[in-house]
Design a protein around this ligand. Structure first.
Ligand code: ZN
Ligand code: MN
Length: 444
């Protein structure tokens, strides 16, 4: 008998997303934070090497940016927060502890509605910490060795922790894509998963009664968007088989292997108490007043989902168009400016959107003015003459007595139908604005 028929197992998924901030300097020292592809150990100092006697000085910009993310995700910004030491041993962590935030993170209790879906995700907390160094396993002179590169050690890292609100790997992926868009939009990180600027851990368990299970399995090493769904789906299936076979699941950390597509146990999950957290004695607590938080809030631009709504509601674009044009701030800004230029020539936003979506111009090279002049040139070529338009308008009025009557009786929207008929008859070559005007004049 198949036990899965007896009760339905529902995935319960929570995410922890780490994002490297693109600040100039590291979190607690003045070494450059941009470590990508730099010669090993070329950007280090006593502080980020964890040498005795060095003192950490927090990066103000990193703190502000963390709060910025918190505000964008509707979090409560804590008036009082602090850094803590999180102890564990690993060669890439020279101090023997990571400076992180434990019980008083900068931001908590947020809520994020995924755009393009009704899904709401609760944000448990957002905190700031330092990145670790990197271990490189390689062969030197025929010998297998592990090398250490501390360029990444001490780079500011924002960690966003969600509540276990995802029910599928697709939802989790959608969230990640939108978090990536957000951090790029805010200009605080390149959010590149392949480069490791954005890293993901997924907590996966299965529930048979709608409640949060007593265990969770943490999946690490999901290093690209391609594997987000794969890793989570694999883990859901693995757990399902165990439960259906009458087995029990335990709290553990598993690593995803991109080559084999499976997860393997790394260690039985440690608990918070294993880390021996205590307040970082070298950094005073962070205290924020209302005014300081409001000042950071004033730096928030219009957010991607607000811009999507603008495109949909004010510019009357489809959801697909709105999502595409708001996929990056650069593209959205370009489109908004092009719409402004186009409006001087009575070219509607939709026409500008069509041009961008279908022709995909290189927005780095083609100015908004040039784009609009291209639209105009094309328009001049294809539009039919006024006299020909006049004839079609007459014909449409003659053949659509009902719509004409409706309009005259006060049903204003009937005019749209007539415009549509003219455009159709003209084979799409009628100027919509002119058609509208001609119809109005004739129906007066
Ligand atoms: Zn340093
Ligand atoms: Mn972390």
């Amino acid at each position: 008998m198949n036990r899965s028929k007896a009760f339905k197992l529902e995935p319960v998924i929570g995410l922890e997303v780490h994002i490297e901030l693109a600040t100039n300097s590291k979190m607690f020292c003045l070494c450059p934070a941009d470590h990508f592809a730099k010669p090993p150990n070329s950007q280090v100092c006593p502080t980020c090497l964890g040498l005795p006697g060095s003192l950490p000085v927090p990066n103000k910009k990193a703190i502000e940016w963390t709060i910025l993310v918190g505000l964008a995700l509707n979090c409560k910004i804590e008036r009082f927060s602090k850094f803590d030491r999180k102890h564990y041993f690993y060669p890439d962590l020279p101090k023997g502890y990571q400076i992180s935030q434990y019980d008083q993170p900068l931001c908590s209790n947020g809520l994020f509605q995924l755009s393009g879906s009704g899904k709401k995700v609760r944000i448990r907390r957002i905190h700031l910490e330092e990145d670790t160094g990197k271990m490189i396993h390689t062969i030197v002179k025929g010998e297998r060795v592990s090398l250490l590169d501390f360029n990444r050690s001490g780079v500011p890292l924002v960690e966003i922790v969600t509540e276990p609100d995802f029910k599928s790997s697709q939802e989790a992926k959608l969230f990640l894509i939108q978090i990536q868009r957000l951090v790029r939009w805010l200009g605080i990180s390149d959010g590149d998963m392949e480069k490791g600027s954005m890293r993901l851990e997924a907590n996966v368990s299965l529930s048979s009664n709608g409640e949060i299970p007593a265990y969770k399995v943490e999946i690490k090493n999901i290093n690209s968007f391609k594997f987000v769904e794969k890793a989570i789906d694999y883990e859901i299936e693995r757990q399902k088989k165990i439960i259906e076979g009458g087995g029990e699941l335990r709290q553990e950390t598993r690593g995803f292997n991109e080559k084999t597509g499976i997860t393997l146990s790394q260690r039985v999950k440690e608990e918070a108490k294993d880390y021996r957290y205590f307040p970082e004695p070298d950094i005073p607590p962070l205290v924020f007043g209302e005014r300081e938080i409001e000042e950071i809030r004033s730096k928030l631009p219009q957010l991607p989902w607000q811009i999507e709504n603008l495109f949909r509601d004010t510019f009357r674009l489809s959801i697909q168009y709105s999502q595409f044009l708001a996929s990056s701030k650069k593209l959205a800004d370009y489109f908004i400016k092009a719409v402004k230029v186009a409006s001087q020539y009575n070219i509607p936003p939709k026409t500008v959107a069509d041009e961008i979506v279908n022709k995909k111009p290189d927005i780095e090279k083609i100015s908004e003015q040039l784009l609009v002049s291209r639209i105009r040139k094309r328009g001049e070529k294809v539009l039919i003459s006024d006299s020909r338009l006049e004839n079609i308008v007459k014909k449409v009025i003659f053949e659509n007595a009902k719509a004409v009557n409706d309009y005259r009786k006060g049903k204003v929207s009937a005019i749209q139908y007539l415009v549509g008929q003219v455009v159709k008859l003209s084979g799409g070559k009628a100027d919509v604005r002119k058609t509208h005007k001609m119809l109005l004049e004739r129906l007066k």
